[in-house]
Design a protein around this ligand. Structure first.
Ligand code: SF4
Length: 200
């Protein structure tokens, strides 16, 4: 089985794991299984590329701050923290079973830690690294610079997209680095692995 080591490590860490060949099949599975609840979204290029917020809004009440900024973003993002279900992606995942996320504002990481009945982590296999050390390196030197560029921020990494400069820019997006060592207590968590290149 593809990604057997990763799947076993994640299951050992308390997650339900579902593996899909394509994002279209994964989205159908999610739409079928998430109904009649409030759903919050963390900012994610992966989730946006799957059009998941719109697909889920047919059968759920969806709160997605992705297309907002400033105080409007903050108000909507706060509401995502108490929804029944929360969706986010990861910046990297280690084959040893740890999920790594960097955040600038904190809503994405906060939502992945507490406040929900169920959390979904959705990511493509381009995020998989063999070790936690390499996953952290990926989050800092690949995902963060590409996300800074995607969001149009004025940071040295966004200009060159080659690595992290550990900048002091006011628009820095790397203010916290969260490692999920195991599933958080008191919450259901499902990991959706998609065998495609998705997100940053
Ligand atoms: S710390 Fe600054 S330079 Fe490094 S990835 Fe984050 S935003 Fe870019």
């Amino acid at each position: 089985m593809k990604y057997k080591k990763l799947i076993q490590a994640l299951e050992h860490n308390g997650y339900k794991v579902s593996f899909f060949e394509t994002s279209v099949i994964a989205a159908s599975y999610i739409v079928e299984n998430v109904r009649g609840v409030t759903v919050g979204f963390g900012d994610s290029a992966t989730l946006a590329s799957m059009n998941l917020a719109e697909l889920l809004s047919n059968n759920n009440s969806v709160v997605d701050p992705s297309n907002y900024s400033g105080s409007e973003f903050n108000e909507i993002a706060k509401k995502t923290l108490t929804t029944d279900t929360f969706f986010t992606s990861v910046n990297a995942v280690a084959e040893t079973g740890e999920l790594v996320n960097i955040d600038g504002t904190g809503n994405r990481v906060a939502g992945s830690l507490f406040g929900h009945k169920k959390i979904f982590f959705v990511f493509g296999t381009n995020k998989v690294e063999p070790t936690l050390e390499k996953a952290i390196w990926r989050a800092r030197n690949i995902a963060a610079p590409q996300n800074a560029k995607r969001l149009g921020y004025n940071t040295p990494c966004a200009a060159k997209e080659d690595h992290c400069y550990n900048c002091t820019s006011p628009e820095r997006i790397c203010n916290t680095l969260n490692i999920h060592l195991k599933k958080m207590k008191g919450v259901e968590a499902e990991i959706i692995i998609i065998d495609e290149f998705l997100g940053m």
